[in-house]
Design a binder for this molecule. Sequence first.
Ligand code: NOJ
Ligand code: CA
Length: 556
Amino acid sequence: MPAMSEMAATSPAGRDAEWWRTAVIYQVYPRSFADANGDGIGDIRGITEGLGALSELGVDAIWLSPFYRSPQNDAGYDVADYCDVDPIFGTLADVDELIARAHALGLRVIVDLVPNHSSSEHRWFQEALASAPGSVERGRYIFRDGRGSCGELPPNNWQSVFGGAAWTRILEPNGTPGQWYLHLFDTTQPDFDWTSAWVQDRFIEILLFWLDRGVDGFRVDVAHGLDKDQGLPDYDATAASAFTPGPYWGRPGVHEIYREWRALLDTYSDGRMLCAEAWVSPLESLAEWVRPDQMHQAFNFEYLVTRWHPTALRDVIRDSLSAFGAVGAPSTWVLSNHDVVRLVTRLGLPTDTDLSHGIGRTTAVSLDLTVGLRRARAATLLTLALPGSAYVYQGEELGLPEVIDIPDGARQDPTWNRTNGERFGRDGCRVPLPWTASDPAFGFNTTGAAWLPQPAGWRDLARDVQRTDSTSTLRLYQEALRLRRVHSLGGGELTWHDVSDSVLSFRVGGLRVIVNFSQTALELPPGRVVVSSAPLEAGALPADSAAWLIDEEAVA
Ligand code: NOJ
Ligand code: CA
């Protein structure tokens, strides 16, 4: 492993320790980005080889979803060793090379940290299973006796996010049915007991391991779930709200944990950061995660779920800037990730479509992908103009739609399996990326293997096709990212202009941003259009599109 001083020499960190305030961060989903060894699963070397394309795109950093040793029951969010790389993805040496290459290109690297649960194959959980009830090993996780005369009922009514009960009963080492353990996700993802000092210490070691390897930060998985009500009361979903969030989401105890982590990161002076994945609302509550002594950023999912409507978007943008601004944190802007239906498809569906459990072959949807793509491109110009930090999920820059018709037998999401196919889950947004139109697996690898099948229509969306087409979505992202940098939009002040039922418009960084939500073209005010999400129609902005304008005088 390179020494710290060598890392610092190659790291872009240090040039601006507050880089995360305005950064555009590209999410790499390792299984689906690029597959260097051709086994059908993306890998670390594939990512390293693809970094040039991301640098060309113009992002500031990458965030890697988990690549740690794992049985892959939840695509790596079930970690069996936090300090090693799963052989399907490569080796620690490959990660060192990736970090070095990224830093050489001026890209920072954020990795995923999964502290709410481990894999049931983790040595710590195996030791807990082999130990007696009440032992220190069991105390690392949440084991309890069951209810009922023989302990045959789970300790309470908590449900797994993936469907079914959140408790599984074990066989004790002597072979008799015994205690139950908690898993808010899959049965193979037992929750840690974060009141355990032993667990807290292990995670400090894990943070140090990766910090000293040169990573620039962590995206913290389920950052709102670590603190459970020790009384384990039943979950009354009707009583839960942002202010009384229920017995395990958004409880106050999590903040002490992050204060300790922040203090640790602050001992590195070169801009290491934490970003919370916390599905908490309202925004004022979420802002508690990014108070100055805690995390640096939190994903703004409220923005992601806001419907395509000018006043709804104005409200969430205004509230985000105000809630995060009140604690001195930047807002983040997120349009998609590996857990939600892809943007182009989402915006091509009626706004009342239930997307919470994914969509698939049998979902009755009235989908218009042409409208979806137009709106997604407009949403991109809106988002990349906003002050703060933006996240881009791989494939968003290619305008990829959700893959709805994945054959049942190919689906892999635990949601699909735990609900016997009732909920489709997230495979449709995780299909391997198309790089080149005329190669096997569209250049994802050279063998044609792919862990989820790619639709034939993705040939036209391949990166090489889009690179040479000045009207492509890829070129739109690239140009918007370039202009965002030139005009320092991430650090700009936003002032509202027009907001009506059909238009959203504001000024930022000397630019005027206009989004036309109506079904007719909109006359533009004086000024030069520097980028638009669709070609202008006789000088007017078409329906469902957006433009950035600059005053001619300001250019001169
Ligand atoms: C959130 C992650 O983004 C998701 O993919 C995962 O299944 C759950 N957390 C559990 O780790
Ligand atoms: Ca591979």
